[in-house]
Design a protein around this ligand. Structure first.
Ligand code: SF4
Length: 193
């Protein structure tokens, strides 16, 4: 089954509205910020893909968002109604990989990769992440993943999502590049100290 077909079938079995991260998906596949009321006539229509990309890349103050899973998406817009293909493409842009990971999770074929394994594959500038002390890793997870990201780091703590009705889980099976970059800086600072 194609991913789009899987999503369509899965959503049909969940009561709307469906939520993923900071996004609300209303019937007809209308996207808004979850804090906005979809029927608000003041919402700005994002009619093209470029507007959505800008929404994903920059916060309300125009600052670049290096982590797509970070909270802080701008409010005050709407997009759609969309086809199922457009919905999946939009979610891929907003939360890359999240829908495929969700499908793998539900079908019990999701495999998470521990930090030690990802770090062990690093070479060059990132090689130092292999020697990051466990305490530093724990602090980074708290600072970057728990407080700065809406995804759940299954690679660190395998905790089942709550499965609230209509809530699509945002899962992280392997450490992201942003985290690795921060881990590299922390390991380098340790070495220099
Ligand atoms: S590693 Fe942490 S910061 Fe990066 S996507 Fe996963 S949960 Fe978010």
């Amino acid at each position: 089954m194609k991913l789009t077909e899987w999503v369509e079938c899965r959503l049909a079995r969940l009561a709307p509205p469906w939520m993923i991260g900071e996004i609300r998906i209303s019937p007809g596949y209308l996207l808004t910020h979850r804090a906005d009321a979809p029927e608000d006539p003041g919402l700005q229509l994002l009619s093209d893909w470029e507007s959505l990309l800008e929404l994903a890349r920059f916060d309300a103050a125009g600052r670049f968002r290096p982590l797509r899973g970070a909270p802080g998406l701008r409010k005050g817009w709407r997009r759609g109604p969309l086809s199922i293909d457009e919905l999946v493409a939009d979610l891929q842009l907003l939360y890359p990989g999240a829908v495929a990971v969700w499908a793998a999770w539900e079908e019990e074929r999701l495999v998470s990769t521990p930090f030690s394994e990802t770090a062990g594959r690093q070479t060059g500038l990132y090689e130092g992440t292999r020697r990051l002390p466990a305490d530093d890793l724990s602090l980074l997870v708290e600072e970057i993943c728990t407080r700065g990201c809406l995804r759940r780091p299954l690679w660190y703590s395998f905790e089942r999502p709550s499965g609230d009705r209509g809530e699509i889980p945002l899962l992280c099976p392997e450490v992201c590049h942003y985290f690795l970059h921060k881990a590299r800086s922390r390991a380098a600072a340790r070495k220099a100290a």
